[in-house]
Design a protein around this ligand. Structure first.
Ligand SMILES: [Zn+2]
Length: 331
C-alpha cells in the first residue's frame, strides 16, 4: 500500500488516433504499476470530470462554449495540435477533475499523484500543443475558491515551457538572472510588480519552469523563474531554482509537472537526462517539498520517448520516488 493516493481513470485515454502524443501511456502506466507491485488496486482513486463551472474558473466562456458545441475554427483546432472530438473534450474535463482531486488529496494527506494531466500549454481562450484545458490551473483556482489555498508554487519540469501557466498566472515577482542568486536580498529581485502587495485572500501563484530554450513554444511568457537549460547540468540548476524560489515564496501547495520529455531519447525534447537522472529529479523536488513541509500534487505532462515503454518507466519512477521520499520522512 502506498502512503498516498494515485488518481486515475481508464478514460484518461485521449481519442486522437495515431499521434506523437502517446495517448495509451496512462493505461500502460496503470498496468505497469499494478504488474510490478509498485501499487495495488486500493492505491487508486477514480476522479469525476470537472464541472463547467470549474473549467470556467480558468477558461473563457466563449472558449468553453466552442469546445462543448464543436465550433472551433480550423485554425484553433490546428493550434491545439490534436483532432477535435466530443470525446476529446470529455477526456480533458476528466483530466481536470483528476487534478482537482489530486490537489484536494495532497492538501489533506501531503501527497497525491494524478496519473495524467499537466496540460500546461492551454490558455484561457484557446488550446495549444496537445493541451485543451489547463487542469493544474483549474485545480489551483478550485482550491482557492474553496478557501483552502492562497499560495501555490508550480514546478514545471516538462522540457517545454509552461506558456499557458505563465499566461494564466503572470508573475508578481520575477527572480532575476543569473541564478544562483548570491543572496536573498531584494536587490536580486526585479520586476514591475515588486512593490505590489497581494490583496488579502488573493491567490498567489509562483511558477518555475525549467525547459529547453530552443523548443516549442516560440513565444515564452515569463515565469517567476525561468531556466533555459543548455545541457545536463539539470539537477544543479533545479536545486538552485528551488532554493531561490523558497527564499522568495512560501507555498501551501506545490504543483509538480513531472514531464518525461527532458529524457535524452525524447522525440520532441533536446535535453540529455537519463532515466536515472529523471528519477533523481523527482526525488529532489519531493525532498525539498518535504523539508519545507509543503504538500505536493503531481501531474504527468509530456513524454514522447522513441520507445513508449521508456516514457512509462519514467512516469512509474515518479511514483517510486514519491514513495521512497515519503518513507524516509516517516521513518
Ligand atoms: Zn512537453
Amino acid at each position: 500500500m502506498l502512503p498516498f493516493k494515485l488518481v486515475y481513470s481508464n478514460d484518461y485515454y485521449l481519442p486522437i488516433g495515431a499521434h506523437v502524443f502517446p495517448a495509451e501511456k496512462y493505461r500502460m502506466i496503470h498496468q505497469r504499476l499494478l504488474e510490478t507491485g509498485i501499487a495495488d488496486p486500493g492505491d487508486f482513486v477514480t476522479p469525476q470530470p470537472a464541472s463547467d463551472e470549474d473549467v470556467l474558473l480558468v477558461h473563457t466562456r466563449e472558449y468553453v462554449q466552442k469546445l462543448k458545441m464543436g465550433t472551433l475554427s480550423v485554425e484553433e483546432e490546428m493550434q491545439m495540435e490534436v483532432p477535435y472530438s466530443p470525446g476529446l473534450v470529455k477526456a480533458f474535463w476528466l483530466a481536470a477533475g483528476g487534478s482537482i482531486l489530486a490537489a484536494d488529496l495532497a492538501l489533506r494527506q501531503g501527497m497525491a499523484l494524478n496519473i495524467g494531466g499537466g496540460f500546461h500549454h492551454a490558455f484561457p481562450d484557446h488550446g495549444e500543443g496537445f493541451c485543451v484545458v489547463h487542469d493544474v490551473a483549474v485545480a489551483i483556482k478550485r482550491m482557492h475558491q474553496e478557501g483552502r489555498l492562497r499560495r501555490a508554487m508550480v514546478v514545471d519540469l516538462d522540457v517545454h515551457n509552461g506558456n499557458g501557466t505563465a499566461a494564466i498566472f503572470p508573475p508578481r515577482t520575477r527572480v532575476g538572472h543569473p541564478l544562483p542568486s548570491a543572496s536573498a536580498s531584494r536587490r536580486d529581485v526585479h520586476g514591475p510588480n515588486l512593490e505590489e502587495h497581494p490583496v488579502e485572500g488573493e491567490l498567489e501563484v509562483f511558477t518555475i519552469s525549467l525547459h529547453q530554450a530552443h523548443n516549442y513554444p516560440l513565444h515564452k511568457p515569463p515565469s517567476s523563474i525561468d531556466v533555459h537549460l543548455p545541457d545536463a547540468e539539470y539537477l544543479g540548476w533545479l536545486d538552485q531554482s528551488l532554493s531561490s524560489a523558497f527564499r522568495h515564496f512560501s507555498p501551501e501547495l506545490i504543483c509538480y509537472l513531472a514531464g518525461a520529455d527532458p529524457y535524452k531519447e525524447d522525440q520532441l525534447g533536446g535535453l540529455a537526462l537519463t532515466i536515472e537522472g529523471l528519477k533523481k529529479r523527482d526525488e529532489l523536488v519531493m525532498r525539498v517539498a518535504q523539508t519545507h513541509k509543503v504538500p505536493v500534487m503531481v501531474t504527468y505532462a509530456g513524454g514522447y520517448a522513441r520507445r513508449v515503454e521508456d516514457t512509462v518507466t519514467i512516469h512509474c519512477n515518479t511514483v517510486i520516488a514519491a514513495k521512497e521520499v515519503c518513507e524516509k520522512t516517516y521513518r
